[in-house]
Design a protein around this ligand. Structure first.
Ligand code: M7G
Length: 331
């Protein structure tokens, strides 16, 4: 992401504004700069955004995914209302305007207009967005695919070698060109090392929806399928040190964490998801998430477990990989 004006994966939420309930273990370089594509806080790059289509929305999740144009480039914008935090309640009650909507016996409903800083919308911008990004965020039917080790070699691997998302954002993190001030923990070892930082889906304001990712320094492990027993030290290191760092920083013990890998991932550079148990993060279902603890045990009992096993995963209706499985008569 070299050209700031044309390339951005921007997240407008105040990423360092941790709730007092969220414990910090080390001081942050607040408002650190030098990050690739970091916009100035007052600049509204969305003022010229032209909506083409709503890709999906959810009244329950309180989010909307929009495809449109930003300075003639395709862009995806994600708007999401954030949870109401306990530590802001006093200010919400004392500092808001209240408009009565209806009163009936003991029941009243109101429109509460909270102070602007307590009424933020987490906003993510992907620009320029590829067709694949647009598809990723479009609501669609999925089909469960059964992939043998042979299918992986003959169908999936050739497809992902040609078609997968760029992992430039991952390299920017590893090389401290982006999000450097957000890093929670790093083990710099080239073999077993990794960077642990907040996933951009998490606004870091409350631990209830805690979401971090550990990204390996090794660059040649695409996914679960590439893992063999030689990677056990790497996986154990991520498991142990990741849990310790989260306990230290957020005061959340390992027993409250869901630690897993996605198969298929969207980005083919090995990374591990750390989410709070009880938070239904997108993609944490059994058809896509593989617990890191299970992965380690499976590799301990069979060094080539993930090379040979049949793996199941959902693919969206317009996913090119689904067509490849159909063409090969595997669906
Ligand atoms: P995945 O399993 O490859 O794909 O996980 P998914 O997005 O379908 O779950 C990649 C993870 O990296 C996801 O949880 C993303 O939200 C997160 N992620 C993606 N990008 C582009 C960024 C980024 O630029 N910064 C950070 N911090 N996280 C990202």
């Amino acid at each position: 992401m070299a050209e700031t004006t044309t390339k951005c994966v921007t997240d407008s939420s105040g990423t360092d504004e941790l709730s007092p309930k969220v414990k910090r273990a080390k001081p942050d370089n607040e408002n650190g700069r030098g990050e690739v594509g970091h916009e100035s806080e007052s600049e509204n790059i969305l003022s010229g955004f032209k909506t083409s289509t709503v890709l999906s929305d959810s009244a329950r999740e309180k989010n909307i995914f929009i495809h449109g144009k930003l300075a003639d480039q395709d862009a995806v914008v994600i708007l999401e209302k954030t949870p109401i935090r306990e530590d802001t309640l006093a200010e919400i009650f004392s500092g808001s305007r209240l408009k009565l909507e209806m009163r009936n016996d003991i029941y009243c409903t109101y429109q509460l207009q909270a102070p602007p800083h307590l009424n933020e919308i987490k906003t993510t911008v992907v620009c320029p967005a590829t067709e694949k990004h647009v598809k990723k965020y479009q609501r669609q039917e999925s089909s469960l695919v059964e992939e043998t080790g042979t299918d992986y070699q003959s169908i999936t691997l050739p497809y992902i070698q040609k078609q997968s998302f760029s992992v430039q954002w991952v390299y920017n993190i590893l090389e401290k060109k982006a999000e450097a001030e957000r890093i929670v923990y790093e083990d710099p070892d080239p073999e077993v090392g990794f960077v642990l930082l907040p996933d951009f889906k998490w606004d870091q304001k409350q631990v209830d929806d805690l979401y971090l990712i550990a990204i390996t320094h090794q660059r040649d492990i695409r996914s679960l399928r590439d893992l063999s027993s030689e990677h056990i030290p790497l996986l154990q290191n991520i498991f142990q040190k990741g849990k310790e760092a989260i306990l230290q920083r957020y005061n959340l013990p390992a027993s409250k964490l869901r630690i897993y890998l996605h198969y298929q991932p969207s980005y083919y550079h090995l990374h591990v998801h750390f989410t709070k148990l009880g938070y239904e993060a997108p993609g944490c279902g059994v058809e896509r998430a593989h617990l890191l603890a299970d992965v380690i045990q499976n590799l301990q009992s069979d060094p080539d477990y993930y090379k040979n096993r049949t793996l199941y995963f959902p693919l969206r209706a317009d996913d090119g990989l689904l067509s490849k499985f159909r063409e090969a008569g595997r669906l």
